[in-house]
Design a protein around this ligand. Sequence first.
Ligand code: SF4
Length: 249
Amino acid sequence: MKVYHLIYEPSYKSAVFHHWTECNLDCKGCFCRVEKLDFGLFPDALERLKDKAPETAPTDFLESPEEALKLLEGCELERAVFIGTEPALDPDLPALAKALHQKYGSYNVLLTNGVRLCDLSAIDEIIFSLKAVTNAIYQDYTGRSNEKTLDNFKKVHASGKKLQAECLLIPGLIEADEVEKIAKFIATVDKDITLRIDGYFPIPGCPWRGATPKEVTEASQRAEKHLAKVNYLSADLPRQGEKPLRLFG
Ligand code: SF4
């Protein structure tokens, strides 16, 4: 398996699996390059990121879904989340999701860039990172076309699977205007799909400043013109819930 880090969030009865694969995108603002541990582990993750040296690839991985279940013994589990450097490319993700369904009946959520989909039969909800619908912006940011992602987004919706979208507001690159275009695209698929807008926070080696809470709020208001449900995260919002437990990695 490609899971190198596992945390448990007692407040949400939630396990977060961090995968490390050779991602099929090359996003300029990929924070996994500077922090591979879960942000929830640190009282001030943004402060920790300042001047942090680039990460190296992990060397220890969970061997099997059984090992994951063993680590979770004694934890009440209602939700499992798969994140990291493109979890859909982990060939063992479907088996892991299935094992969690069988043992806990967990609600399984996959965060993906949507370029390539895996077997989704044990995934209950997919959150697509759409990044940009203007292909030139997407290409500039990720190094490839957004055609597959947008196509897969429509396919997953047509399959009836629960679907959400997220995007990043990056001043000087992915601005409110682009966020509104993303919202318009989502509305052409289904205006009831939720969009979450994350305000970019500075990452060492990247040229952009962080998005201000005001900018994130304004982008959110523009998206709300097209979609029924929009929410946002900006760097000033405090962490909710108890500190997670570090189970692996
Ligand atoms: S899709 Fe995600 S993991 Fe892959 S390069 Fe982009 S931000 Fe990083």
